[in-house]
Design a protein around this ligand. Sequence first.
Ligand SMILES: Nc1ncnc2c1ncn2[C@@H]1O[C@H](COP(=O)(O)OP(=O)(O)OP(=O)(O)O)[C@@H](O)[C@H]1O
Length: 231
Amino acid sequence: MLECQGLTLHYGGSQILHGIDLQARAGEVTCVMGTNGVGKTSLMKALAGAHARSDGTLRLDGEELGRLPAQAMARKGLGYVPQGRMIFPLLTVRENLETGFALLPRTERRVPDEIYELFPVLRDMGHRRGGDLSGGQQQQLAIARAMITRPKVLLLDEPTEGIQPNIIQQIGRVIALLKARGDVAIVLVEQYFDFAYGLADAFCVLKRGQVALAGRKADLDREVLKQSVSV
Ligand SMILES: Nc1ncnc2c1ncn2[C@@H]1O[C@H](COP(=O)(O)OP(=O)(O)OP(=O)(O)O)[C@@H](O)[C@H]1O
């Protein structure tokens, strides 16, 4: 389980996150929601070590994680799929996957069969350049690359952004399959309410850098939740 408490974050002099508490359990999807600019991406960056938090504690399976840089966070088990996917457009699909190897011991540097079972399109397109893939395929590649390091936590920042509605379902299926494995805690930033509601087990709604509403899906009223994330 990933637990953060009292997390704060600044960009220079401006404070963006004001004491966020969040828990994400293995085998569950914890959905971070909120309107544009409330700090969702900043929270993901802080969890991934992509931008250092200013304060607050972070624990993974009970182990306290200091303010580690992104590579060290990844080694600890935090897999991060940033907004915009950040795949390498000129590298092939296979090479993009292999960039995840840097974090693994030499003996474990191979793409597990399971990755291709989850994302068959990546096997078929192994020699194509990342930049030639569709948005949905790139998103699958970005998730697969994060899975190469066998993370305990998968941080997904708006995986449906800029993707055609029919492909969004494919992404949803992949997230549901990863959740069903039971060993990964998925933290999902998502704007599409129905998509998020279908996948989530728990919610954390942000407003101006603070938690406005949080809880388990079963304990939250759907309409109240929907209202809290609408503009
Ligand atoms: N590198 C940065 N330097 C300064 N301010 C930033 C930086 N990145 C984000 N911000 C500001 O921090 C606030 C929160 O941004 P953030 O991207 O975390 O929000 P968000 O909820 O993810 O928004 P969106 O839904 O639009 O992606 C915004 O006011 C944004 O302008």
